[in-house]
Design a protein around this ligand. Structure first.
Ligand code: HEM
Ligand code: HEM
Length: 159
């Protein structure tokens, strides 16, 4: 995983760590007041960013151009605004941050929608994986290579 996909996955795991520590803190203190902020850190951060990461990883062509970079920027900005913005709104201090975060979150999903609409992959996503046979047989990639090769052998009629 590299480029935009990797940045999204880094944001996802960072959100998961933060969101889960927050969840444990809420459970331990039995104070669930800020649970919507914890929930949306996990859902917009961990879940959504991990989905974006996997999408860009599986369709590398979709990650080309400026749109995916705008998508990443808006998704991160939405998190940075919403996660502190929700507690501020709950505590009735200000709703501005939460409102701005919501608008940027909407913008980020609209950018992603255009990325999805413009991407028309010519190959099935598993085709690049067949090329793994040319790589050294180490770690997970090596095992995938063996699996794909043995699959193909099984599909080829015996001479
Ligand atoms: C270590 C892991 C986690 C712990 C200890 C934890 C803990 C909690 C607690 C104590 C609440 C408040 C429940 C209530 O007041 O009824 C809560 C709410 C919630 N959590 Fe988690 N959570 C964890 C992980 C996650 C993850 C991974 C997600 C999403 C992928 C998630 C999504 C939510 C949502 C959506 C809510 C409800 C938010 C709301 O009140 O609007 N949580 N969690
Ligand atoms: C612009 C982005 C979003 C905004 C402004 C937003 C707003 C809200 C609000 C106002 C609530 C009610 C909170 C409460 O009363 O405790 C809520 C709850 C919730 N939202 Fe979101 N949300 C957004 C994105 C998402 C996304 C992307 C997901 C899932 C992937 C999600 C899942 C949930 C869930 C599971 C609940 C809790 C429902 C419950 O406790 O009954 N939200 N959201």
């Amino acid at each position: 995983m590299k480029g935009i996909a990797r940045w999204f996955m880094l944001a996802a795991v960072a959100s998961a760590v933060g969101g889960m520590v927050w969840g444990i803190q809420m459970s331990a203190s039995q104070d669930h007041l800020l649970s919507p902020a914890h929930g949306h850190l996990n859902l917009l951060g961990w879940v959504s960013c991990a989905i974006y990461a996997l999408y860009y990883h599986l369709l590398p062509e979709a990650a080309e151009g400026a749109l995916p970079r705008w998508h990443l920027g808006c998704a991160l900005l939405a998190l940075v605004l919403l996660v502190p913005g929700i507690p501020l709104a709950i505590q009735e201090r200000t709703e501005v941050l939460a409102q701005a975060g919501s608008a940027v979150a909407l913008l980020s999903i609209l950018i992603f929608a255009s990325v999805v609409l413009r991407s028309r992959p010519k190959k099935a996503v598993f085709v690049p994986a067949l090329k793994l046979r040319d790589r050294p047989r180490t770690g997970v990639q090596g095992r995938s290579a063996v699996t794909f090769r043995s699959l193909r052998r099984r599909q080829t009629p015996a001479a």
